[in-house]
Ligand binder design. Structure first.
Ligand code: 5GP
Length: 346
């Protein structure tokens, strides 16, 4: 047994220190970034915010809106090949660089992934997602996908440490997805005791990945636009959001009416709800590691996206970053023991 004594930081433990700035208005701040990926060699330009590959968030409807805002969607893996076919028939092809195809690591997942990618050469991204990115089987799967699809940009995760981020990049990933346990409907830390505070995980993985010309996604734990800015400040090239994008018209699931209020169901992908829906229940050798919650209905996704963009732009003006690209260089985190004033919070 070994104890690391350095305290690791989450979003609630830090704030960004303001810096002298010559920017006059947040409208001057560009949120677009251009990246060239280490293995696929492809270049991508857009606003690097990603809707999570959860079936209530990463829907085709969300993908359309996210792409219009130049953001990305990791479309969840539960759509059939036929559903992909009709989505691809309908969507404007110029939006496809903003769509990721998600997959698990089973043989059936692999066959389905190949079929989906064959539908349209405009699909550039694959997101290989497992709860535990430390497994050997996962790394072998990643190698296999890289060998077959040289020009596809591969996202792989999730991990939280620099050495595993490096291993994924060296095994064929272009972008490493970072986060174990921070998610809004995640119970991994409760069920297993495993995890890593998200700001430190992002800082450490970004540092390791950038040394190999790789990129990272900070995945999970953002509860407000300020957290999205903190993730970028910590060195994330992309930020993935679940809960913040749930509850909208474009989110999966029915509207629920209760006590005169409207809600939408939102649940973790390894919750009882998801496992019941896709696997006929929770297998008896494992525990559910996700919650099911009702989130207040929030209308159009576009409104929330504009709110997030406004927040991140404003962060940039506070630290004198004329573009999102400069935000992490201009970020000094201060460790804190308070966040917002909650006198008027319900
Ligand atoms: P959020 O933005 O809601 O805080 O976090 C979203 C992320 O939570 C997802 O991208 C995914 O990595 C993670 N997640 C989604 N469902 C589950 C689940 O059932 N269990 C766990 N441990 N994590 C989940």
């Amino acid at each position: 047994m070994h104890v690391e004594n350095e305290i690791k930081l989450g979003f609630k433990d830090v704030m960004i220190r303001p810096k002298r700035s010559t920017l006059k208005s947040r409208s001057q701040v560009s949120l677009e970034r251009t990246y060239t990926f280490r293995n696929s060699k492809r270049t991508w330009t857009g606003v690097p915010i990603i809707a999570a590959n959860m079936d209530t968030v990463g829907t085709f409807e969300a993908a359309q809106v996210m792409a219009e805002y130049k953001m990305l969607t990791a479309v969840h893996k539960h759509y059939s090949v036929e559903q992909w076919q009709s989505f691809l028939n309908d969507i404007d092809k110029s939006l496809l660089p903003h769509v990721m195809v998600s997959t698990g690591t089973s043989e059936a997942d692999y066959e389905k992934l190949k079929q989906i990618l064959r539908l349209d050469v405009g699909l550039e991204f694959v997101c290989i997602d497992v709860a535990n990115g430390y497994s050997e089987h996962f790394v072998e799967f990643l190698r296999r996908v890289r060998a077959e699809f040289q020009q596809i940009t591969i996202v792989a995760g999730n991990v939280v440490t620099g050495e595993m981020a490096e291993e994924l990049l060296l095994s064929g990933a272009d972008i490493v997805k970072v986060g174990i346990g921070p998610g809004s409907v995640c119970t991994t830390r409760v069920k297993t005791g495993v995890g890593y505070p998200q700001v430190s995980a992002t800082i450490e993985c970004a540092d390791a990945a950038h040394g190999l010309n790789g990129h990272v996604i900070s995945d999970g734990g953002c509860s407000c636009p300020g957290d999205v800015s903190k993730a970028f400040g910590a060195g994330a090239d992309f930020v993935m959001l679940g809960g913040m994008l749930a509850g909208h018209d474009e989110s999966g699931g029915e509207l629920i009416e209760e006590g005169g209020k409207q809600f939408k169901l939102f649940y973790g992908m390894s919750s009882d709800t998801a496992m019941g829906k896709y696997h006929g229940g929770v297998a008896n050798y494992r525990a559910s590691e996700g919650k099911t919650v009702k989130v207040p209905y929030r209308g159009a996704l576009a409104t929330t996206l504009m709110d997030i963009q406004g927040g991140v732009r404003s962060t940039c003006t506070y630290v004198g970053a004329a573009a999102l690209k400069e935000l992490s260089k201009r970020t000094t985190f201060i460790r804190v023991q308070e966040q917002e004033n909650r006198v008027f919070s319900s």
